[in-house]
Write a protein that binds this ligand. Structure first.
Ligand code: KG4
Ligand code: ZN
Length: 343
């Protein structure tokens, strides 16, 4: 609707310079410049390289988003930006840019939490979030289970990873298997022709009564398994290893997510973050949700991975809720807790 605020969102917490433009919950532009190619040869994101890439990509990406949305700077009603968590230097570029645009355009600034933004974005595709819902956020940087009474006001952490994030485990196991970085999509693809029950890899913290995750033991188990086969000169069937590893990850993720739904008597589960693109995670989550009478919401892959539209969406919710804008003094906070939805 034309009377809803036009919000520009800026995301720079990792390697993606994401600029999103929304009007209310209508997506007008979601433009992304990624520096992933510059990191691939290091097998992981190099923070300083990411920060410089954000600096170079910021202005052209904003201009491309405005052109794509068919709007002008003067049409913008508010600026939202990821204030944390994420890489400190990378966040700093986005926060500084957002302050400059807010000041220059004379519009309010909203510093938002990256994780809450991953939850909010689903509304662009599936409409307003049920209150409450349970959210499982799985990416290269985070694995969290959240109880979300109201994404603009209150997000409660039920648990998170105690070591590696789920996507990080995918990336590390891919490296062990000689697959490119980032490894998640390659494991997903290799696993299609593999047998997920071929190898019984450990399921960390499963049924321990908490909503925390642990993936480093699993990652080590896969590495040891591969090393042992290599040492004895046996050939390794990559699809079976990929499928068995993937099965261990998604089994734990979906099991804990549904345990949380049951514990809190919540009937809506949302899955977000880059790992939500995983085909087996989506299939198993759907299967288990159907069995438990839980409705499953997973945004399309382009909205699951880091992007600016998610930040703009949460900004739009904050404007709609009448939340006071952020001060121009807000810091970039690399360890911003999920309980702080906006700063
Ligand atoms: O959300 P995201 O784009 O960035 C952050 O880390 O915040 O997530 C990237 C992660 C990487 O670890 C990547 O390997 C993983 O998401 N990923 C996948 C798949 N696609 C991306 N993991 C498993 N299966 C996939 N299909
Ligand atoms: Zn993310």
């Amino acid at each position: 609707m034309a009377d809803e605020p036009l919000v520009l969102g800026i995301e720079t917490s990792c390697d993606e310079t994401g600029i999103g433009i929304v009007r209310g919950h209508t997506l007008l532009a979601n433009t992304i410049a990624s520096s992933m190619e510059e990191h691939a040869r290091f097998g992981g994101v190099v923070p300083e390289v990411a920060s410089r890439a954000h600096l170079e990509a910021m202005t052209p990406t904003i201009e491309a988003a405005l052109a794509g949305a068919g709007v002008k700077f003067s049409d913008i009603d508010a600026i939202a930006v990821t204030a944390g968590p994420g890489l400190a230097g990378a966040l700093l570029v986005g926060v500084a840019a957002a302050k400059a645009y807010s000041l220059g355009l004379g519009v309010p600034l909203y510093g938002v939490n990256h994780l809450a933004a991953h939850v909010a974005v689903d509304q662009l595709e599936h409409g307003p979030l049920p209150r409450p819902c349970i959210a499982l956020l799985v990416s290269g940087g985070h694995s969290s289970l959240l109880l979300v009474p109201d994404v603009a006001e209150e997000v409660i952490s039920l648990g998170s990873t105690v070591d590696d994030a789920a996507g990080e485990a995918f990336d590390k196991v891919a490296r062990v298997l000689g697959l490119p970085f980032p490894g998640g999509p390659y494991i997903d693809k290799a696993a299609v022709s593999g047998n997920g029950t071929a190898i019984a890899f450990p399921r960390g913290k499963i049924d321990d009564g908490t909503f925390d995750f642990s993936f480093s033991g699993l990652k080590t188990a896969v590495a040891r398994w591969v090393e042992a086969r290599e040492a004895s000169g046996e050939s390794i069937h990559v699809p079976d290893v990929a499928a068995s590893f993937q099965e261990a990850v998604v089994d734990v993720l979906t099991r804990k997510a549904l345990q949380a739904c049951k514990r809190y008597d919540v009937h809506d589960l949302l899955i977000g973050g880059g790992v939500a693109a995983n085909s087996r995670l989506r299939a198993l989550a759907q299967e288990r949700c159907d069995k438990a009478g839980v409705r499953l919401r997973v945004p399309r892959p382009g909205l699951c991975t880091d992007n600016g539209a998610m930040v703009a969406t949460l900004g739009s919710d904050l404007v709609a809720a009448g939340v006071a804008p952020s001060s121009l003094e807000i810091p970039a906070d690399s360890s911003l807790p999920i309980t702080t939805v906006h700063v």
